[in-house]
Design a protein around this ligand. Sequence first.
Ligand code: FAD
Length: 470
Amino acid sequence: MAQYDVVIIGGGPGGYNAAIRAGQLGLKAACIEKRGTLGGTCLNVGCIPSKAMLHASELYELAKKDFAGLGIKAAIELDLPQMQKQKSETVTALTKGIEYLFKKNKADWIKGAGRLDGPGRVIVTTDDGAEQVIEARNIVIATGSEPSKIPGIEVDQTHIVDSTGALALSKTPDHLVVIGAGIIGLELGSVWRRLGAKVTVVEFLDRTIPGADGEVATAFQRALTKQGMTFKLGQKVTGASLVKSGKTVKGVNLTFEPVKGGPAETIAADVVLVAVGRRPNTAGLNLASVGIETDPRGFIDTDHFRTKTPGLWAIGDVTHGPMLAHKAEDEAVACIELIAGKAGHVNYDIIPGVVYTWPDVAWVGKTEEELKAAGVAYKTGKFPFSANSRARANHETEGFVKVLADAKTDRILGVHMIGPQVGEMIGEYCVAMEFGAASEDVARTCHPHPTRSEALRQAAMGVEGWTMQA
Ligand SMILES: Cc1cc2nc3c(=O)[nH]c(=O)nc-3n(C[C@H](O)[C@H](O)[C@H](O)COP(=O)(O)OP(=O)(O)OC[C@H]3O[C@@H](n4cnc5c(N)ncnc54)[C@H](O)[C@@H]3O)c2cc1C
């Protein structure tokens, strides 16, 4: 019987990073993954394929709309099969890269579905039904999440799709209706709008991207509306029915009604994308065999990644907190370091969020709404990209940077940005906040000119009222 110091169930950003870190620290480690490739949701059907499609579709739209104004003449044509192919090639290269990293760090990949079989034991079942038992001093559950469903609406991955189906459409729909104005819905809605679809977003709440700063969310909705997306906010979806001609499905009729009451509305879609969040993958793990119950939504409760059963840990989407790859990765490192007797730790106050659209939205720390609710006195510095020289040179002036700092100590409490590629720049503030920086620290740090990063500095200057370039 195979025996390990640590066995991880699930090979996503939580699981694969845990296996790599365990190998680095000299622990005998194995990762059980049932998918044919490592990398989990993130590499296979999440972060990476969506960013590959966002990048390609962004360039396509840029070429069509903006090249002429930049003095570039070109005949632009969409080659969707090639766009999908380059996406798949990237995914394959990256998932193979994880296999290489496993070998490099002497971590085993055990192929198959894992389920617990009492403390310290896991049974792995392969596709052909064969079973093997593995023993481990520590077991880490990193089984991630899957798209949430709406009762009564069946995803067929052709006409009614979830994020996985939306990444793989073989044709641009004439009308894509997205249920849910969260990050995944708006990113994938942006891809298909750029590729020619009319996009309508139906959302239960009366705002987009819940969790983001309200002012930024409002500006973001305005930007997407200007690009041609239609928003129907405060609407509860009540049903979806396939429209058929004989045996052929022609589209979907989606019905929704105002949350506050009022007449129902039905719109005709070619494709409906259900993007209403994700739910943890905990069914089938036989948690009862180790005395664990999930919460009503299926999440596993932990205290610093420890479950209440000794030697059993949980990280990533299967536990509470933001369902993000970098959160899973940080938890993986900290969890394995604790297992190895080190002082692993995750700072949950500094987990950035990014929407990789055009413009990007990026944030870290507290929103204005959270600071107000907590009664924290804060000062604000703001700087628009329209006053940033590089943004102007690039004709990319949409958006702003907002820095929130403690009114007494000047410590940075939150940063909220909307603008071109701000997702690439939020890391600067993550580092600053990890070091407990004051806004003045950023304001007095030399930034290269001409870059969009200067807007981050000018916003920090604004906290003390000395923004110089606006
Ligand atoms: C379209 C989309 C875009 C996204 N974009 C981003 C982004 O830009 N940035 C970001 O930070 N996050 C993004 N996310 C979220 C991100 O993918 C997840 O937060 C992240 O993958 C969670 O990592 P995880 O390791 O907890 O779980 P997962 O990545 O879900 O991995 C869990 C793995 O466990 C395996 N598994 C489950 N049960 C078993 C079992 N019993 N035995 C063996 N294996 C099992 C599954 O097959 C899966 O491979 C996106 C998600 C989607 C869907």
